[in-house]
Design a protein around this ligand. Structure first.
Ligand code: APR
Length: 321
């Protein structure tokens, strides 16, 4: 079986960590593209020189020429500017839309059969734009946000309940912005509802709710919390890990059920927009959208998040994209 080829567009903070993880997991040969001369070549050389120690055997190369991504099975895009302290993801819109348009044209020309995972922010708009410019089928264009947001939520739950994070299952739906929707009712520790565990811990339902609400708030603001501490740039270890989980699901045809920014065609009452929902990921990309029943409050929160995504897409269209 020939090895898969994975192109990473953007060789910055996330791109570098992505290349290292993908190599260490031997998911495929890696081509790291960036417009900055020599930098992707330097990073991939550095990672390759650890191959004897880490024990991986894949090819890694850096490039400034899109022709080198030809034949890629998977493309992961991080090209674009990250946030500065005080900025929202949406503040990146016009700069990153311009970059994403050029990336989409290049991927369309050079890797027309690839499945594409987008990480660049503002995520929901960037995925929408890439699909529009490339014309790729919707199942082959998806965004990474929910896996990371859910991991952040799970981490806070594990800390609060003093249990292993490995046993925590918690999902975040909606757009990748302040309106994202952590599903508290479905959050569980190996099947035991988190809300019930909190109620037992605090012996007080309202205190339990207060603690849950605080974890939800921290999840929504988690990206900003990291930006504020880093002072330059935004989170990069965790977004890279999240995208690698999605990449592995696709490359190995695992049929993982992961929260993914995917195109909705009447699911959740939404038509024609990219929104974060549970998706089965396999060799065809987003293979199936999974609907979960939402109560009134959850549906209202999701509707609010979809409204935010719509207005972001409208802003982008107004800018001429
Ligand atoms: N084509 C390809 N790469 C580009 C282009 C372009 N037109 N413009 C910029 N880049 C590259 C930059 O040279 C840089 O190396 O994109 C890379 C981005 O890397 P970082 O600035 O380190 O940003 P990173 O932390 O990796 O985040 C990238 O992901 O999570 C989002 O909000 C984040 O939008 C940001 C993106």
């Amino acid at each position: 079986m020939s090895r898969k080829k994975i192109a990473l567009i953007g060789g910055g903070q996330i791109g570098g960590v992505l290349a290292q993880h993908i190599a260490q997991k031997e998911l495929g040969d890696v081509v790291l593209f960036d417009i900055v001369e020599d930098m992707p070549q330097g990073k991939t050389l550095d990672i390759a020189e650890a191959s004897r120690i880490d024990g991986f055997d894949v090819k890694l190369s850096g490039t400034n020429d899109y022709k080198d991504i030809a034949g890629s099975d998977l493309v992961i895009i991080t090209a674009g500017l990250p946030r500065k302290p005080g900025m929202s993801r949406d503040d990146l819109l016009s700069t990153n839309a311009k970059i994403m348009k050029s990336v989409a044209e290049a991927v369309k020309t050079n890797a027309p059969n690839a499945i594409v995972i987008i990480i660049s922010n503002p995520l929901d708009a960037m995925v929408t734009l890439f699909q529009k410019v490339s014309g790729f089928p919707h199942n082959r264009v998806i965004g990474q946000a929910g896996v990371l947001d859910s991991s952040r939520f799970s981490t806070f739950i594990a800390w609060e309940l003093e249990v292993s994070v490995k046993d925590v299952n918690a999902m975040v739906l909606g757009g990748h912005g302040d309106t994202m929707v952590p599903l508290t009712r479905y959050a569980n520790v190996n099947g035991v509802p988190v809300l019930e565990m909190l109620e037992r811990k605090y012996k007080d339902a309202s205190k339990a709710k207060e603690v849950m609400d605080a974890m939800v708030e921290r999840t929504k603001m988690a990206g900003g919390e990291v930006v504020k501490l880093l002072k330059t740039g935004s989170a990069f270890y965790s977004p890279a890990s999240a995208a690698v989980e999605m990449a592995a699901a696709i490359i190995k045809n695992e049929k993982r059920l992961l929260p993914t920014c995917a195109f909705l065609n009447n699911e959740y009452g939404v038509k024609g927009y990219y929104v974060g929902v549970p998706v089965v990921l396999g060799e065809k990309g987003a293979e199936r959208i999974i609907e979960v029943s939402l109560n009134e409050e959850e549906q209202a929160a999701l509707d609010k998040s979809v409204t935010a995504v719509k207005s972001l897409v409208e802003d982008m269209e107004r800018l001429g994209f």
